[in-house]
Design a protein around this ligand. Structure first.
Ligand SMILES: Cc1cc2nc3c(=O)[nH]c(=O)nc-3n(C[C@H](O)[C@H](O)[C@H](O)COP(=O)(O)OP(=O)(O)OC[C@H]3O[C@@H](n4cnc5c(N)ncnc54)[C@H](O)[C@@H]3O)c2cc1C
Length: 429
């Protein structure tokens, strides 16, 4: 027989002299009090990372140093990351990091996934975007809303890198106003027929499978959130076409091709619908909440890389007979950059931890995404400033960090949309 320990008994525990709280035989600690499943607790807050997390992070750092960082400029020049790199990421388990092991993933918790996402983004934000879209958007949409057969079909393939997934919500007239989408899906016997136009779809031109949001009714602004459904379209489905693709001409993410997708009587089997027919709006919100965490974790990586580059530079560059890092105004930049990186990371880890505890983390995610969207551009701008003229040159990576920082506050919900969510959550309490 086991019994749940009362919250009062745990929270009134005095650690001094007695050590951390230890449940007695047969006692169970409530999940929302203990940190990372089952640890005996002395406090409800834990900042240490586990040996396993350290090892995984080191593995990713080594991969980034060898397989990513030396090649980013060439990839940006080409406007794409080679497929072989994507497949290698699958081999080491980074494409299915949060996907359960039974579906071919690594089954990692959200905190660990955030840490690894941060490491990948330090190397290449374009590649981090491709991975997030494959895993946090396509993969999680199938995992959370797909049937058992759909999960067994798609998840092992996109976790191994054999195939890749994209996620298509945005349309030319509807970005922030995502429920304003006009792509239609009409049932014809055993099939659905899709007509419409998606825009800005990361990796959309290369992906084998796309999650596509479409409406099953006529558009009506009063009921626009109703009757949205979600489907998986394959790249060889009849009536599906890739339109224009933009890559290296973008402000940032120049190695992440972004595609326009066209559906002209695109006909797919009826069993390609994900979840219930009218659950599209609920699905989009849930999936974006997870995707935003991944974007915010990526922003921590960009900002940390900018801080590291800034520190290295001010320790080596000399002016007026001194290392520039000795000037107080330069130290102020370093201090603020450190503060911003640290607060970004804390908000991301908190939101991820809440997810691992099964807690509602919508407010925490939007706070993390909003702060990441604003702070990442400030930190990278300071890094450019610290480099003087060299910061303006393509010879140094800080100009790329700055360019790549701008998208954080735009995709998967702009800074303004995050403010609306945050204020809504707080004012509704
Ligand atoms: C590189 C890149 C990759 C992308 N990848 C994907 C992808 O893989 N899949 C996908 O579906 N989409 C993707 N997108 C689309 C992205 O999510 C949208 O661009 C974003 O949501 C903003 O929509 P919008 O561009 O239509 O801007 P708009 O919605 O037109 O917004 C323009 C401005 O108005 C502001 N605004 C709008 N409404 C309000 C309001 N109610 N209150 C206050 N301000 C408001 C916005 O914050 C913004 O500042 C990508 C975009 C880019 C640039």
């Amino acid at each position: 027989m086991s019994a749940t320990v009362s919250r009062e008994r745990i929270l009134s525990w005095n650690c001094e002299g007695g050590g951390p709280f230890q449940p007695q035989a047969g006692e169970v600690v409530p999940a929302d009090i203990g940190f990372l499943s089952g640890n005996p607790i002395g406090s409800a807050m834990e900042f240490a990372i586990t040996e396993e997390q350290k090892l995984l992070r080191q593995t990713v750092q080594e991969f980034v140093a060898k397989e990513i960082s030396p090649h980013v400029e060439a990839w940006e020049e080409k406007g794409d990351v080679p497929d072989s790199v994507f497949r290698k990421l699958g081999e080491i388990g980074l494409l299915g990091a949060p996907i359960p092991v039974e579906y071919g993933g690594a089954g990692l918790d959200a905190v660990t996934y955030a840490m690894l996402t941060e490491e990948l983004a330090k190397g290449c934000s374009s590649l981090r975007t491709t991975i997030s879209v494959n895993t946090s958007l396509f993969g999680m949409n199938v995992l959370l809303f797909g049937s058992e057969a759909q999960k067994r079909f798609y998840l092992p393939k996109i976790s191994s890198g054999e195939k890749r997934g994209a996620w298509a919500l945005t349309e030319p007239q509807s970005g922030s106003d995502a429920a304003g989408l006009r792509t239609t899906a009409r049932r014809k016997g055993d099939h659905w027929v899709l007509n419409g136009h998606k825009m800005w779809i990361s990796d959309g031109g290369k992906a084998d499978y796309h999650v596509v949001y479409a409406r099953t009714d006529e558009f009506d602004p009063r009921t626009k959130r109703n009757h949205i459904a979600t489907f998986v379209v394959h790249k060889d489905d009849p009536g599906f076409k890739v339109g224009s693709v933009e890559s290296k001409t973008k402000l940032g993410l120049r190695a992440s091709p972004t595609a326009e997708l066209l559906y002209e009587d695109c006909t797919i089997p009826a069993d390609r619908m994900l979840g219930k027919p009218d659950s599209g709006w609920e699905q989009a919100n849930k999936i974006l909440n997870g995707g935003r965490l991944s974007v915010a974790a990526g922003a921590v990586g960009i900002a940390q890389a900018a801080l590291d580059a800034g520190i290295a530079y001010v320790k080596s560059r000399e002016a007026f007979g001194k290392k520039i890092g000795e000037f107080q105004l330069v130290k102020e930049h370093v201090a603020y950059m450190t503060l911003e990186v640290e607060t970004m990371r804390l908000l991301v880890y908190k939101a991820a931890w809440m997810k691992d505890q099964g807690l509602d983390n919508r407010l925490a995610v939007s706070l993390a995404k909003l702060h990441a969207g604003e702070a990442c551009t400030r930190v990278t701008e300071r890094a450019v400033q610290l480099h003087g003229g060299n910061g303006f040159s393509g010879e140094y990576p800080v100009e790329r960090y700055w360019r790549d920082s701008k998208i954080i506050g735009i995709y998967e919900g702009t800074n303004e949309i995050q403010k609306i969510i945050v204020a809504g959550e707080v004012l509704d309490r």
